[in-house]
Write a protein of this length. Structure first.
Length: 172
């Protein structure tokens, strides 16, 4: 799916256009982005997408004000095409997305040893953080059964020898 980008100023720039020209211009931008033509429209295509009953007059108005120009057997949209993503960029994005999805599916099916980490045993948390459980010495600065709170006061840690209940409400 592609997106057509219209800036906040678009409506202000179009205020001098007739309703038919405004509609035809927006439909032309949408057609070019959906078909990835880079702003080029064949005259036959204009008849296919232009919904306005006055489409021919609208196209003439757009050419007269310089928003569209004649180009071979069709038209080139000049206004607002500079904000649109080029077809080559869209094709490259699709290619990269497809390759990334293939790699993801291969990893999920365990068809490859490829990993994002250098060592699959690496944990995403910083092993040097106190109380992370990864520094090897959780009780480095506090007593055996205490940990620091936000204000620096020590709060008791849960007793590791007591079983932890699955029920958060403490019901049997």
């Amino acid at each position: 799916m592609t997106w057509t980008k219209l800036g906040d100023e678009f409506g202000d720039q179009c205020r001098e256009l007739s309703d038919a020209a405004f509609r035809t211009h927006v439909e032309g931008l949408l057609w070019c982005m959906r078909r990835e033509t880079g702003g080029w429209l064949d005259t036959r295509e204009v008849r296919r997408f232009a919904e306005s009953p006055h489409a021919e007059m609208a196209v003439a108005e757009l050419v007269a004000c310089g928003w569209w120009s004649l180009d071979g057997s069709g038209y080139r949209i000049n206004h607002h095409m500079d904000l649109q993503v080029e077809p080559e960029v869209l094709a490259k994005r699709r290619e990269n997305d497809a390759a990334r999805q293939r790699r993801k599916r291969a990893r999920a099916a365990r068809l490859t040893e490829e990993s994002r980490r250098d060592d699959p045993g690496d944990h995403p948390r910083d092993p040097g953080l106190d109380w992370s459980g990864l520094d090897g010495n959780q009780n480095q600065h506090q007593g055996e059964h205490e940990k620091p709170s936000m204000d620096g006061a020590l709060i008791p840690r849960p007793d590791a020898s007591r079983p932890v209940r699955d029920d958060p409400w403490g019901l049997p």
